[in-house]
Write a protein that binds this ligand. Structure first.
Ligand code: GLC
Length: 755
């Protein structure tokens, strides 16, 4: 066919031109001019194609899809109308799909391969909220580094992590995915994770683009109900929500992701003001990808009448990539031709996408990430040891009346639905790993010598029916079979370890809960065991704070909160229970006494009626306390640690500093998380929290050792950001604590005057 011949000649010419452009540029020109060179070759449809992202839509190593959506998407891929894909698993799949993009499209622009590598690829570290509980920024960065190593070895080059949403509502299932309630800790963790994923060279074959998400405010969904309305003040946005995102920009995050929710009544995906903050005020030069279908969802929000309007609103707001709305691919070129969306908007987006592909090295070598990974099981991988270490450092000891560590030579009964669990500890974001590959607590304990016997009894069935990423968990609340055997096993032991909690697929996306109590028959199991066994330790697995009834709280002798500890959770928790290491985790989120208290967080404002007073006219409940079950920053160790008074000093160069000493007065070495809090008592730019974390240091302190700490105060730490985003440092009364958590310690206070 003449057309074919002309086309093929043109095809050859264009491909040769493209190759010349790339090759010539590879030696001498900076990325920006190389981007411009490619841009000049592209048709409008090909430009829009770079703004289109599909979920892995067929088994690329198999036959090309012949029908349905996959066939349409495959044709789009061959047309050059796809710029990136997500959830393609395995090097061979990646290679096969990349080949189509590189060899069968007119320009041969390679794809970026993305996935939610949230806390590991196949080897899973503890869930992100657990990692934050370690307060070990080096370990958190290393964890992201390890995840990138393993993920890039399987062909990926873009992760949709870190999630940096601050949240104060444990009813929201995605609290597990972030770093908790605190802005300062959240910002430090965001920076560590971005640096871990991206390393120092994004073009290296073992680093990958990070993605700070979800911009912005997703953690403030009303009533903790996922995807619900968000309506926060500009002041909260500036002082609580934005700083972790700003930290991600400063850390060089290559990409951001829109949030599903509205902000000031406008969906984040189409919110020009919000995105201008990112791309203009903060100067973000990277790629902004929509969340899954979030462009299309602007119709349901009631912001867009139809997909074409949603397309225009998202493109004009500068959302660069459409993830799975099929909006840009079907409507954007037409909207540009009609002048509804400026060509410049498209060119800016495509420039950002191409820049990222050059930065990743894909334009010079589309198959550079397609190495052949070694063969390993998650628990035997090169990264398993780090995952175990972080699981050990994340667990939080909430109560210990002398029962922990377990004295050797005792008979142990290990009871409960989590005793032998190999799937739940992986959490819900394990999309690239294999189910049931965690080492269970039972297996972990069996590998630790030192007890006379270990009898295991699961007790009543926990789950009925399928439990997996998209399925609502169904929990047994009636069948008590197994209860009698579990109680009998407990009564025959010296110590009963009750491994309880929520399943890994009960937290995460789409997993909001009204109750934070242990689901199913677990409280019944605990109470029945307590009737026959006074020496009970609870090991609680969850992706969020949990609530224990007062009677159980009072009777058990120990509580170790294990979060969802990942692949190596079993050996990690066993090591802590048997005293090979002391627990050292500190809560990155407040544990309420009741769901009715939520949102409950340490960094609250004083209000005009903090009370208490004898009459009812102060901020309180008539039927319960304001205080949490366990406060932010709280965690015990197997030693005792004492803090001196906090002193305010002025150094020789005039800078302000805080001094304190911390002594390990117990018998074992521990890792202590020394925390620094501040209160700015008055501000004309907006009231300030009763306490705000401004620094911390995790450090080992030997038994009997005393360590001195000096924290330099930076002006930025004393500043307040007003609702317009302007920072201000004002003189006034400031209090400071160097303390073990957010409720202890005696402050040092100054009436600071700026000379
Ligand atoms: C999901 C999540 C987002 C994730 C994306 C791709 O809906 O909201 O965090 O990265 O889709 O899986």
């Amino acid at each position: 066919m003449i057309i074919d011949k002309v086309f093929s000649m043109k095809y050859i010419y264009t491909t040769l031109t493209m190759l010349c452009v790339l090759t010539a540029n590879a030696q001498r020109k900076p990325i920006e001019s190389r981007v411009d060179s490619v841009l000049t070759l592209m048709s409008l449809e090909e430009k829009v194609g770079q703004m289109n992202q599909y979920n892995g839509f067929w088994n690329a190593t198999g036959p090309a899809p012949a029908g349905g959506d996959a066939a349409t998407k495959y044709q789009h891929l061959r047309n050059g109308w796809v710029g990136s894909v997500l959830n393609v698993q395995g090097v061979e799949e990646v290679r096969a799909m990349q080949r189509v993009a590189v060899e069968e499209t007119r320009l041969g622009i390679p794809l970026i391969f993305a996935c939610d590598v949230i806390h590991g690829y196949k080897t899973l570290s503890p869930i992100p909220l657990a990692e934050a509980a370690s307060w070990n920024l080096d370990a958190i960065e290393k964890s992201a580094r390890n995840a990138a190593e393993e993920a890039t070895a399987h062909g990926l080059n873009w992760t949709f992590a870190p999630m940096v949403d601050i949240s104060r509502d444990p009813r929201w299932g995605r609290m597990m995915e972030g770093a908790g309630e605190d802005t300062y800790l959240g910002a430090r963790v965001a920076s560590a994770r971005v640096q871990g994923f991206q390393g120092s060279d994004l073009s290296a074959p073992n680093t990958m683009a990070a993605c700070a998400k979800h911009f912005a405010g997703y953690g403030f969904v009303e009533a903790g109900r996922d995807y619900n309305t968000v309506d926060v003040s500009a002041y909260t946005l500036q002082n609580v929500i934005f700083p972790p995102f700003q930290a991600a920009v400063e850390a060089g995050a290559a990409t951001f992701m829109n949030a599903f929710n509205t902000m000031n009544g406008i969906p984040a995906t189409g919110n020009q003001a919000l995105i201008e903050t990112l791309k203009e005020t903060w100067g973000f030069q990277g790629v902004l990808v929509s969340d899954w279908g979030s462009i299309s969802e602007m119709q349901a929000h009631g912001f867009s009448r139809n997909l074409s309007e949603a397309t225009a609103q998202a493109a004009n707001a500068r959302c660069d990539i459409d993830m799975e709305s099929l909006a840009y691919v079907y409507h954007l070129a037409d909207l540009v031709r009609k002048g509804v969306v400026a060509q410049a908007r498209v060119d800016d987006a495509v420039r950002r996408v191409l820049r990222l592909k050059f930065q990743l090295g894909l334009m010079d070598d589309p198959y550079k990430y397609c190495q052949n990974p070694g063969e390993w099981t998650p628990s035997s991988s090169p990264w398993a040891e780090d995952a175990q270490n972080l699981a050990e450092e994340s667990a939080v000891l909430l109560k210990n009346k002398g029962i922990l560590p377990i004295v050797k030579g005792q008979r142990i009964a290990l009871i409960g639905p989590m005793a032998a669990e190999k799937n739940s500890p992986l959490g819900n974001w394990r999309v690239s790993s294999e189910d049931h590959t965690a080492i269970s607590l039972q297996e972990g304990l069996r590998s630790v010598k030192g007890f006379k016997s270990l009898d295991v009894a699961a007790g009543p069935v926990f789950l009925t029916g399928a439990i997996n990423f998209p399925t609502e968990a169904s929990i047994n609340t009636s069948d008590t079979a197994g209860l009698f055997q579990a109680v009998r096993s407990a009564s025959a032991a010296d110590v009963a370890i009750l491994a309880v909690g929520e399943h890994g697929f009960q937290s995460g996306e789409g997993r909001s809960r009204l109750s934070l109590h242990l689901p199913g028959l677990q409280e019944l199991l605990i109470r029945e065991v307590l009737k026959v066994q006074p020496h009970v330790v609870l090991v609680v697995y969850a992706g969020r704070p949990f609530i224990l009834p007062e009677d159980i709280q009072a009777q058990v002798e120990g509580i170790l909160f294990a979060w969802q500890p990942g692949t190596m959770g079993g050996p990690a928790i066993a090591n802590l229970l048997m005293g090979r290491r002391s627990p050292s985790g500190r809560l990155p989120v407040t544990f309420p006494r009741s769901e009715a208290q939520i949102p409950l967080y340490y960094g609250a404002y004083n209000t005009g009626r903090p009370g208490p007073i004898s009459e009812v006219f102060w901020s309180h409940y008539g039927d319960g306390p304001n205080t949490p079950q366990y406060p932010f920053g709280y965690g015990l160790t197997y030693s005792t640690v004492s803090y001196s008074k906090t002193e305010l000093v002025t150094l020789e160069d005039g800078t302000l500093a805080l001094n304190a000493t911390v002594s390990n007065t117990g018998k074992v070495e521990v890792d202590e998380v020394v925390q620094v809090y501040m209160r700015d008592h008055h501000s004309a730019y907006g009231v300030r929290p009763l306490k705000q974390l401004i620094d911390f240091r995790r450090i080992a302190i030997k038994a009997g050792e005393t360590k001195s700490f000096t924290f330099i105060l930076e002006m930025d730490q004393l500043s307040v950001t007003d609702a317009q985003g302007e920072k201000h440092v004002e003189p006034g009364i400031f209090s400071f604590w160097i303390a073990p958590n957010s409720v202890e310690g005696v402050p040092a206070t100054m009436d600071w005057k700026i000379e």
